[in-house]
Design a binder for this molecule. Structure first.
Ligand SMILES: Cc1ncc(COP(=O)(O)O)c(C=O)c1O
Length: 394
């Protein structure tokens, strides 16, 4: 039986060559690729400054720290009810309060909801582009400017994507990039890289002074081994990869959240290659999204909430017409060779607007790697459709 697994990175032989070269030269944590990546991003985004760190959420934390110093007394940060949980956690770690607002049908923060949530305690808005689908960032930028509050254009999942003729990440006061698994540009997991783009030049001095204080990366070989065996090799070695990594892990340091550091050279080298291939990566993602759009038309129980002509999505998510038990659905579908991913869990307290819905019950991520063809997508959709009934919430 052919298996359809979720793809975590679109790597060619060039990424592996860059890794091999830097391993041989011993340029794991420090090396010239960090500056190469900084220059490539500076050329692409033309911000006042580019700062490369180990995580995208660390970039958010640094921006919030600086905002807080500028506007002490303002404690609330507005963000969408549907988001990667590391973002609200970053807000809380900086001693700020997260406030969720509604998302629209495309799973992105709603501009009108942002406008009505802004108050005298609002410090900033974080506007992500979920799975690379552009939010209405132009309107949100205008709203934030008019209200005199900071805007973080969170393009963690949207490297290389534009809204109108502007790249995502260039709106607002700062932009965020992430290079972790399942993004547009992927260098690995567990601290494999993120970027802070400073769009407001008046913030650049403070931010660059802060970023200069961070130590070099650590533990990147272990993180790469983990990524390789648990993510990249999974389609070929299955669960065995996990055990290989555990055995290798036995001889190496555990990798975890090591605090804020600079990006590692090994990760930067992969990011340089990925950025050079970005048009090919985006084209492959657009192609697979269009295949799903063609096939899904015959299934009334499924739709693509983020489909737009010419869009490239980091992951394809399917919205189901009815609530299901995700675990049951995923289990049943796995038996038939298809891997599903869960939506993000709810992040907001029940008093917040937009928290009525638990997207885990009716939004699922489907395999969307570049190798899928129309027959593959037909098979995935048919399996999903036939399993939905059995997993319906009672
Ligand atoms: C929208 C969004 N912002 C920020 C982040 C944080 O990125 P990182 O995992 O590099 O910390 C993520 C991670 O998935 C994300 O999806």
């Amino acid at each position: 039986m052919k298996r359809y697994l979720v793809e975590y990175a679109d790597w060619s032989h060039r990424e592996y060559l860059a890794i091999a070269k830097n391993l041989l030269l011993g340029r794991v944590h420090r090396g010239p690729d960090i500056e190469k990546l900084r220059q490539a991003l500076a050329k692409m985004y033309a911000p006042a400054g580019v700062h490369l760190l180990n995580y995208g959420h660390h970039a958010i934390e640094i921006a919030l720290e600086i905002f807080k110093e500028q506007r002490p007394g303002r404690l609330e940060v507005i963000g969408p009810a549907y988001i990667c949980p590391s973002v609200p956690s970053s807000v809380a770690r900086r001693g700020l309060q997260w406030r969720s607002v509604d998302v629209g049908e495309d799973l992105n923060i709603d501009a009108a909801a942002v406008k009505s949530a802004i108050g005298s305690n609002t410090l900033a808005v974080i506007a992500p582009h979920m799975y690379g689908c552009p939010a209405d960032i132009q309107s949100i930028e205008t709203i934030c400017k008019d209200a005199g509050i900071y805007l973080i254009d969170d393009a963690a999942q949207a490297v290389g994507i534009k809204h109108g003729d502007r790249l995502l990440g260039t709106f607002g006061d700062v932009g965020i990039l992430s290079f972790a698994q399942s993004k547009m540009v992927v260098t690995g997991v567990r601290g494999s890289g993120g970027g802070l783009l400073v769009n407001d030049h008046t913030l650049e001095r403070q931010i660059s002074e802060r970023c200069a204080t961070f130590a070099s990366s650590s533990g990147r070989i272990e993180a790469l081994a983990h990524f390789f065996w648990n993510y990249l090799a999974a389609p070929y070695v299955g669960g065995l990869g996990y055990y290989i990594w555990r055995i290798l892990g036995f001889f190496s340091k555990p990798t975890g959240n090591v605090g804020v550091t600079q990006i590692g050279n090994l990760d930067a080298a992969v990011a340089v290659v990925q950025l050079a291939r970005i048009q090919s990566i985006l084209a492959a993602k657009k192609n697979v999204l269009n295949l799903y759009n063609d096939v899904i038309q015959i299934y009334p129980k499924m739709r693509l909430p983020q489909y737009r002509q010419d869009a490239s999505l980091a992951r394809v998510v399917v919205e189901l017409a009815e609530d299901v038990n995700f675990e049951l659905l995923a289990q049943e579908i796995r038996r038939r060779g298809v891997q599903l991913r869960s939506a993000y869990p709810p992040v907001c307290s029940s008093g917040d607007a937009g928290c009525q819905r638990n997207y885990v019950n009716n939004v699922v991520g489907v395999p969307s790697g570049r190798k899928l063809n129309k027959e593959d997508v037909e098979r995935i959709c048919a399996v999903l459709d036939s399993a939905i009934n059995g997993a319906r919430q009672r």
